[in-house]
Design a protein around this ligand. Structure first.
Ligand code: S3P
Length: 178
C-alpha cells in the first residue's frame, strides 16, 4: 500500500540515484523528502562531506550520519528518506531502518555504477584510493548482503528514472504497510 504514514527509505551505493529518485517518489506519493547526506552537511554548518572526511575523519562522519538517520527514522513519518551509501553498514541504522520503514534497494550493476562515478571520484571520499574501481567493488561486495535484506529490490539497469519510480510504486502497492 502506498498510503499511510510510515516512511520509505532508499538504500544502495553511491551513484544509484537515491536522491533524484527519492525526490521524484516523494512528489508522486505526496510525501516529504529528506536526504541524510544533506542533513549531515546542514548539521556540520554547511561543511561538504569530503571536507568533513578530510578534517574530522570517517568516524566523525559516521557518528553524525547515525545521529541524523536514527532521528529521521524515528521522528519523520509520511516521508521518503534517501540514505548515504555506507549508512546501512552501521548495525543500529540498519536495524532501525528495516524495523521501522519500508526499505527500497536501488540496485545497479557494478559496471553502471562505475560509469556513473568515474568522473566524480574526488567528490566521493570512500573512493579515495589508488585504484578507485577496485575500492568500489570491495565496498559493493561488503554492502550487497545488507542491501539484499530490503523490503523492495529494484533492478534498475536499462530503466529510465520515470520507469524506476513507477516500478517502485507498483511494488509498494503489492505490499501491505508495516
Ligand atoms: C558514502 C556515500 C555517500 C556519503 C559519504 C559516504 C559511502 O553518499 O554518505 O560520502 O560510504 O558510500 P551517497 O551514497 O549519497 O553518494
Amino acid at each position: 500500500m502506498e498510503s499511510g504514514t510510515y516512511s520509505y527509505t532508499l538504500i544502495g551505493m553511491s551513484g544509484a540515484g537515491k536522491s533524484t529518485i527519492g525526490k521524484m517518489l516523494a512528489k508522486k506519493t505526496d510525501r516529504f523528502f529528506y536526504d541524510s547526506d544533506s542533513e549531515v552537511v546542514r548539521a556540520a554548518g554547511g561543511m561538504k562531506i569530503p571536507v568533513i572526511f578530510e578534517k574530522y575523519g570517517e568516524k566523525e562522519f559516521r557518528r553524525l550520519e547515525k545521529e541524523i538517520l536514527l532521528d529521521l527514522i524515528a521522528k519523520k513519518s509520511n516521508s521518503v528518506i534517501s540514505t548515504g551509501g555506507g549508512a546501512m553498514m552501521q548495525t543500529e541504522i540498519a536495524e532501525a531502518d528495516f524495523a521501522k520503514t519500508t526499505s527500497i534497494w536501488l540496485k545497479v550493476s557494478e559496471s553502471a555504477l562505475w560509469e556513473r562515478q568515474k568522473h566524480n571520484v574526488a567528490a566521493r571520499p570512500m573512493l579515495n584510493a589508488e585504484n578507485p574501481r577496485e575500492r568500489m567493488q570491495k565496498l559493493l561486495a561488503e554492502r550487497e548482503p545488507i542491501f539484499q535484506k530490503a523490503d523492495v529490490i529494484i533492478e534498475q539497469d536499462g530503466l529510465s528514472m520515470k520507469e524506476i519510480v513507477e516500478l517502485i510504486r507498483t511494488k509498494l502497492n503489492e505490499r501491505s504497510p508495516k
